[in-house]
Design a protein around this ligand. Structure first.
Ligand code: UFG
Length: 356
């Protein structure tokens, strides 16, 4: 298939693009490089090049990169026309809970930009969309594991924007009597992405780095590794926040399964059915901050000096997914189930590149 990946130079986008190229898809990326990485584009070009050589076609035929905004209708139109796009994998967005509390406008912008993107899909009769949503739509869940029909109750503009976009996609996917366009979408609600490509060609790097695991790996290089813990008075076993960490390559493979699901749907016909699915992506296991620090400590051989701070605004105490729906509907289950194995890929990549 010919795919457009928005945010393909980012952490999850680049790992998805790698998986898609390895599966034989042709990929165009649109990314404004505000948080995406040029090293990721280099690695993907290299991969496309080697795939192209073995298939006697040039790398350009398999992979193209457009620098710009995914809500820029003119640029999207050019991409759709040039590449005969079959499906869009929409991952580009601002994605930091704490930043969204300080700068909500930046996050609400993603709603309008996504609307522009889907308008262009409609204009060019492109029906298939995989959308990157987030566990942040659940806010502070009352119980875990969180199923997809748990209350939607975001506590940050980031979560609000994701929840609003999901609603908007439902509108596009519902029968519209005046027009025959009906979007066919899968929204994937990610829990905490982690890890790096098993071959260490890609990994996680943000600037500034705010995420727990890459921050720990960065600090492990110091003579006295230190870590900051935001909150030790949560209602959890050890008082620190618990998260469901899912390996980035498992997230990528779930997107490929979602694409398969979209291809098996006949939602571009006016059959009166709503053609959307919303699915959690997690492993169903939770680890506290202290457990992660301990695991990274034994992996790197560097025990951390712990510095305790107050709670970080917008952090829910516990997020653990039910992944039953992903298993049932996408026939997907995570390949990485041990946190040590997930973190080992991140550490390998860190040792190879010095990143994040
Ligand atoms: N944390 C620390 N010290 C640090 C960094 C983080 O204690 O140096 C804590 C945070 O306060 C939080 C936990 O570690 O309790 C995880 O924080 P991250 O920043 O790694 O990840 P988040 O859970 O805040 O958010 C991530 C993504 C979001 C997504 C969410 C879904 O960034 O986009 O997972 O669960 F919505």
């Amino acid at each position: 298939m010919n795919l457009l990946v928005t945010g393909g130079a980012g952490y999850i986008g680049s790992h998805f693009t790698k998986a898609a190229l390895e599966c034989g898809h042709r990929v165009s990326i649109i990314d404004n490089l505000s948080t995406g990485n040029s090293f990721a584009l280099d690695a993907l070009r290299h991969l496309a090049n080697s795939k192209g050589k073995s298939a006697c076609i040039n790398c350009k035929a398999l992979f193209s990169f457009y620098r710009g905004c995914y809500g820029d209708k003119k640029l999207i139109e050019e991409i759709f026309k040039t590449n005969q796009t079959d499906a869009v994998i929409h991952l580009a967005a601002s994605s930091l809970v704490s930043e969204s509390l300080k700068n909500p406008e930046k996050y609400y912008q993603d709603i309008q930009l996504t609307r522009n993107l889907v308008d262009m899909m409609k204009k060019h009769s492109i029906y298939k969309l995989v959308f990157s949503s987030s566990a942040a739509v659940y806010g502070r869940p009352q119980s875990v594991p969180i199923t997809e029909d748990s209350p939607i109750s975001p506590v940050s503009p980031y979560g609000e924007a994701k929840a609003f976009i999901e609603k908007m996609l439902w509108e596009f996917a519902s029968k519209n009597t005046e027009e025959d366009y009906k979007l066919n979408f899968v929204a994937l609600r990610y829990f905490n992405a982690c890890g790096a490509a098993a071959d260490s060609s890609l990994g996680e790097s943000h600037k500034p780095e705010t995420h727990l695991i890459p921050r720990l790996l960065l600090s492990a290089a110091d003579a006295t590794p230190r870590c900051q813990i935001y909150g030790s008075d949560y209602p959890t076993a050890d008082g620190t926040c618990v998260r469901d960490y899912i390996h980035v390559e498992d997230i990528a493979s779930a997107h490929l399964q979602a694409l398969k699901l979209l291809c098996s749907n006949t939602a571009n016909t006016s059959d009166g059915q709503v053609s959307g699915e919303i699915i959690n992506l997690g492993t169903g296991q939770g680890f506290s901050i202290l457990e992660i620090i301990k695991t990274v400590g034994s992996l790197t051989g560097k025990p951390f000096e712990k510095q305790f701070f107050g709670r970080r605004e917008g952090d829910p105490a516990i997020l653990i997914a039910s992944n039953k729906k992903a298993f049932d509907i996408l026939s997907w289950s995570p390949r990485y189930t041990k946190i040590e194995d997930m973190l080992a890929t991140a550490w390998q990549w860190h040792k190879k590149t010095g990143c994040p």
